[in-house]
Design a protein around this ligand. Structure first.
Ligand code: PLP
Length: 428
């Protein structure tokens, strides 16, 4: 049967970014013919026993309570499950000295959905057929932003500046304020902090600058805190969430152990929240209650804050130390490889300056030695294709065992050495 899809049908039925290349990973793993693979590509958080136990206990409490029927047998508010919204408001007011009311909060079925609402409510074509851009101030960025706009031409991102420390093989991206364009044609701004894939944490000053550029035009700034504090608190250095009039603080409960429950949270001005809420009513009526009901318990008891800070954060911070130590031990000192400073999240981001082959070819070569990583090119949504840097990076997930990370990096070092040796070796 040939399906006659609409333009949006064609667009939304093709997978963008990393989701598209995961098919290749699955096929490789299925047809492995006796070869064992070290999978350093997975973005799925690991099942940590203490985290699972916390959710199990919240489940047991909910099942035993008289609230259960209201949670699973009844429709509810489009804004989200009220006891969960109340728990979020009370926690944030206490923790950050805010004065949020329930009107400032929206719960969505996962935060990916929240960015879809945001991108299409504020970006895309206006009634006067003018294009409002969805601006990602710093590329590379979360690959999932690549598919959120129904008008893909609205998505625009900007090359960063690079702060390179050659002797230690480290680097860090910063927004390039000389080139960043925010005007009345900007619909909204989105960025992740800490960033997937790089682990970068934009400084409070950098955020203040972005927010100040957006403020005169009433442009909402969505700060994607999927890895940020207070939950799951995957920041490895001090980081204070930034709140403000045109800022929407966005959270996800996925990396706090509930990816299957699909919980996203938006906190911001009630006028922005109301727009997103109507979008949600039209799309799906409201998000599922179950995860929200157990999450409310974990917040109110303090268990989620404790587990985030004492279990989730140290676990991934330690994984990053394993990766970093192995890279420093086995990667050739005379080659121009650079690890992005990992300030948070669950990934390592490597840049190979003047890489003689593409990131995809490097991915293929690594597959041949049984290591699966993610080619960097998928993390530049909205960027013009002419920047060679896009084809010189890979992402390594911190979701494998220590042993797998170490063996994977040993093989990576050999492959990279061969790749540079077979070409003219550039100096650092
Ligand atoms: C930066 C970032 N934002 C948003 C998401 C989407 O998360 P979810 O829809 O599970 O809340 C992810 C998922 O990995 C992510 O890495």
């Amino acid at each position: 049967m040939t399906l006659n899809l609409s333009q949006i049908g064609v667009q939304m039925s093709s997978l963008t970014g990393v989701r598209g290349m995961m098919k290749d990973v699955q096929e490789t793993l299925q047809s492995k013919q006796g070869q064992e693979f070290l999978v350093l590509s997975a973005g799925n958080p690991l099942l940590l026993p203490k985290v699972e136990q916390m959710w199990r206990e919240c489940d047991a409490e909910l099942l035993a309570s008289c609230e259960y029927g209201e949670v699973v047998c009844r429709y509810g508010s489009s804004q989200g499950y009220v006891p969960f919204i109340q728990a979020i408001a009370a926690y944030f007011n206490r923790r950050y000295g805010l004065s949020l009311s329930e009107r400032n909060i929206l719960i969505t079925p996962g935060s990916q959905m929240l960015y879809f609402y945001a991108a299409n409510a504020f970006g895309g074509y206006t009634r006067d057929k003018e294009l409002k851009q969805i601006v990602l101030p710093l590329s590379p960025e979360y690959t999932g932003y690549g598919g959120i706009s129904l008008a893909p031409e609205a998505l625009v991102s900007y090359k960063p500046t690079l702060d390179i420390d050659s002797s230690s093989h480290r680097f860090k991206y910063h927004p390039d304020f000389n080139n960043l364009v925010i005007t009345e044609n900007t619909g909204c701004i989105i960025f992740s902090r800490p960033c997937n894939p790089t682990g970068n944490i934009l400084s409070n000053d950098e955020i203040k600058k972005i927010v100040a550029l957006a403020r005169p035009y009433n442009i909402p700034v969505f700060i994607d805190s999927a890895y940020g504090p207070p939950f799951p608190a995957l920041n490895f250095q001090d980081m204070i969430p930034v709140f403000g009039e045109n800022i929407v603080h966005c959270m996800s409960f996925s990396k706090a152990g509930l990816p299957g429950e699909r919980i996203g949270v938006a906190i911001g001005d009630y006028k922005i929240i109301e727009v997103l809420e109507s979008f949600q009513t039209n799309l799906c009526i409201h998000p599922s209650h179950y995860g929200q009901a157990i999450a409310a318990r974990a917040i109110n008891s303090g268990a989620l804050e404790f587990v985030s800070q004492e279990v989730i954060r140290p676990f991934y911070k330690n994984k990053f130390s394993v990766l970093e130590a192995k890279l420093d031990q086995v990667m050739p000192k005379d080659l121009p490889w650079f690890l992005h400073r990992c300030e948070g999240a669950i990934y390592g981001w490597l840049w190979f300056k003047n890489l003689p082959i593409s990131d995809w070819d490097l991915y293929e070569k690594l597959k041949h030695v049984g290591v699966i990583v993610v080619p960097g090119r998928f993390f530049f949504p909205g960027l013009e294709k002419d920047w060679s840097h896009q084809y010189q990076c890979i992402r390594i997930s911190l979701t494998a065992s220590d042993q797998d990370i170490e063996t994977g990096i040993e093989r990576l070092a050999e492959v990279v050495q061969n790749v540079y040796q077979s070409a003219v070796v550039p100096s650092i």
